[in-house]
Design a protein around this ligand. Structure first.
Ligand SMILES: [Mg+2]
Length: 407
């Protein structure tokens, strides 16, 4: 069996999905997702210009060797652009493997460990009342777990992932061009306001709702430790990215002062970036994505390492992930003995479901993975021709005096 060609598509409904389709001499094809938010053309070019020409002629069944060829064969290893491109190839090879075996990918990993995988949705509000309305709407939709982000009184601009006005939706990516908008941050106001807001939500929605909160790397280690201690009465399911991810020792101070569960890793690109945090048991959930952590092959190793250290999975599932990588994660979620939760924001719009048809379904706050062979997602190339790349950017974050801060 041989890889004969591969195509890359960039575009989608309100997103620049980077979709890879690997073709074989036996008519079976595989799909992968290389979407790297706001840098989408780069993994697409890496695939087209360097990787696809190198893998044509290889046997697609040898996914392990092809992953090692891509990773170890490069002198300059890793980085999100390369890992997203490798991730797409790896997903597509598992898709092909499943299709030729007639089995869904989760069966190739070891089968189902659960009926449905718990997911969490996002709720956000410009103020606490607006956020409470958003949480109530998610519960109404059937979600059992919600990430909550709230505007901070007196903080100019919106803060992280919150709409500027009540009742508005917040879109993190602005497709108006490549010059980012500016949001403002004030750790003091955040630290004074947010613990009480989280406790208020817990009081309103009762003990059963799983409440998650994302600090988005914005606190100093001492501040994060104080914040974690202050939010303990809110009984969070997790506290996400309390400090910048580069300084992994920063979490030690938080651990010494709080038992709040910590989730980190959505910007990590390899097992080696996860290794220390997992082995030293400084986190409770590992947040990697199959896209920029290099595909199913390396993420399965991360999941196994995590399992040895009581760390559960909580894969990244921002809207930048296409239904292809969300399916790859769904198969890992169905199998992983140490599954925790899945961030879930992508499926469910008519345009997206038409572009990526599948039998995967969400019901009662649980994601039910399809039993179709491979990843269980298809791709409508004719529909894809409708979409074009739209330049977009995240906001950047500054303090009130103009100092750049962590996004
Ligand atoms: Mg996050």
């Amino acid at each position: 069996m041989k890889i004969t060609d591969a195509k890359v598509f960039v575009g989608g409904p309100g997103k620049n999905y980077v979709t890879l389709k690997i073709l074989t001499d036996q008519g079976v094809y595989g799909l992968g997702d290389a979407t790297l938010n706001n840098r989408e053309t780069l993994p697409a070019a890496y695939l087209r210009d360097y990787l696809i020409p190198a893998i044509i002629g290889m046997d697609p069944r040898n996914s392990e060797d092809i992953w090692q060829f891509l990773y170890r064969g490069a002198y300059f290893r890793g980085g999100p652009i390369a890992m997203a491109a490798y991730g797409a190839i790896d997903m597509a090879l598992w898709d092909i493997k499943g299709k030729i075996a007639g089995l869904p990918v989760h069966q190739l990993l070891g089968g189902r460990s659960r009926d449905g995988a718990l997911v969490y949705a996002h709720a956000a509000g410009s103020d606490l009342e607006d956020l409470a309305d958003s949480v109530a709407a998610r519960i109404e939709e059937g979600y059992r777990a919600v990430r909550v982000q709230c505007g901070i009184p007196g903080m100019p601009g919106a803060g992280y992932a919150v709409p500027g006005t009540r009742g508005a939706r917040h879109y993190i990516t602005d497709f108006g061009g490549l010059r980012p908008s500016v949001e403002y941050w004030d750790s003091g106001r955040y630290l004074r306001y947010m613990p009480g807001a989280l406790c208020e939500l817990r009081d309103r929605f009762g003990p059963e709702l799983k409440i998650l909160h994302d600090v988005h790397h914005r606190l100093m280690p001492r501040e994060a430790a104080a914040f974690a201690r202050a939010v303990e009465p809110a009984d969070l399911f997790w506290l996400e990215d309390p400090t910048p991810a580069e300084d992994q020792d920063a979490l030690r101070l938080l651990r010494q002062h709080s038992t709040v569960p910590v989730a980190i890793g959505e910007v990590f690109q390899s097992l080696w970036q996860c290794n220390r945090l997992i082995k030293q048991e400084l986190i409770d959930f590992i947040r990697v994505a199959v896209t920029y952590a290099g595909g199913i092959t390396p993420v399965r190793r991360i999941v196994d390492l995590a399992g040895m250290h009581h760390v559960r999975t909580g894969f990244h599932g921002a809207p930048s992930h296409s239904p292809v990588s969300m399916a790859a994660q769904a198969h890992l979620n169905a199998w992983a003995p140490n599954f925790g939760i899945q961030e879930y924001l992508v499926l469910g719009t008519a345009e997206c479901d038409a572009l990526f048809p599948s039998d995967h379904r969400m019901e009662g706050g649980l994601f039910h993975v399809s039993d179709a062979p491979g990843l269980g997602v298809d791709f409508d190339e004719a529909l894809a021709a409708r979409y074009v790349y739209a330049p977009g950017s995240h906001p950047v974050v500054r303090l009130e005096d103009g100092t750049m801060w962590d996004y």
